[in-house]
Design a protein around this ligand. Structure first.
Ligand code: CA
Length: 234
């Protein structure tokens, strides 16, 4: 049974979400504050996804997200943001979240997002493809171990980032549209917008490119989307 860490300071919202997720056969750990959420995170190693409200009385959801990511690169994280915080979405994703959902949301929408992320997490864990390692020097993507390294140094990626770069690398030198990436990584049922692709790409570039504003590998393909450029002659 998948486990969810639910951080939400408003009791009525928290109880409502918790009740519904439990009905959907998920284990739910509830936290009222960021501090309590981090406490639960340390005690329970079985958490698959954290749902983090942004606006909280103590440390905010972004801080909690950052802290979780310091210790756990693979847990799924969905931020619960308010409408007025459109810009914060991007900040939240920069701190390492996989997805965000804007309040007010329906419980069905939230369950769809959780389902989509759980499928992604599982796919990353169990993928046993024909090709175990994709090598595009200086990068090497180990599909069995779910790691990306550059010059033999491991680069820490979230499951979403890993899926994205894996798909681009598998299709090296082919332009891939943002829609295709959204379908491939987030799933066809994903109801969010394309911006989430760009945010993740930007985050990956920060991790892998010498100069993220002038990427050499993960390039923008104007009018289409993105392309993993790999010149075998190099
Ligand atoms: Ca709140």
């Amino acid at each position: 049974m998948p486990s969810i860490l639910l951080l939400e300071d408003e009791m009525s919202i928290r109880s409502f979400i918790s009740l519904n997720l439990k009905k959907a056969n998920l284990t739910v750990y509830e936290a009222e504050t960021g501090e309590a959420a981090l406490d639960i995170f340390q005690k329970h190693k079985d958490i698959d996804i954290a749902l983090l409200d942004v606006m909280l009385p103590g440390i905010d959801g972004f801080e909690v997200c950052k802290e979780i990511r310091k210790h756990d690169k693979r847990m799924g994280i969905i931020m619960l943001t308010a409408k007025a915080q459109e810009d914060d979405k991007v900040n939240g994703l920069d701190t390492g979240a996989d997805d965000y959902i804007t309040k007010p949301f329906s419980i069905r929408e939230l369950e769809a997002r959780i389902g989509s992320l759980l499928r992604r997490l599982k796919a990353v864990k169990r993928s046993v493809p024909e090709q175990q390692v994709i090598s595009t020097p200086p990068f090497s993507l180990d599909i069995k171990k779910n790691t990306l390294s550059k010059n033999n140094q491991i680069i820490n990626l979230t499951p979403t980032e890993f899926d994205l770069i894996k798909y681009l690398m598998e299709n090296e030198n082919q332009p891939i549209s943002r829609d295709q990436l959204l379908d491939q990584v987030w799933g066809k049922t994903f109801v969010g917008d394309l911006k989430i692709v760009d945010v993740n790409i930007r985050r990956i570039r920060k991790k892998i490119e010498e100069c993220p504003s002038e990427p050499k590998f993960l390039k923008t393909y104007w009018g289409v989307g993105y392309i993993w450029k790999y010149d075998k002659k190099l």
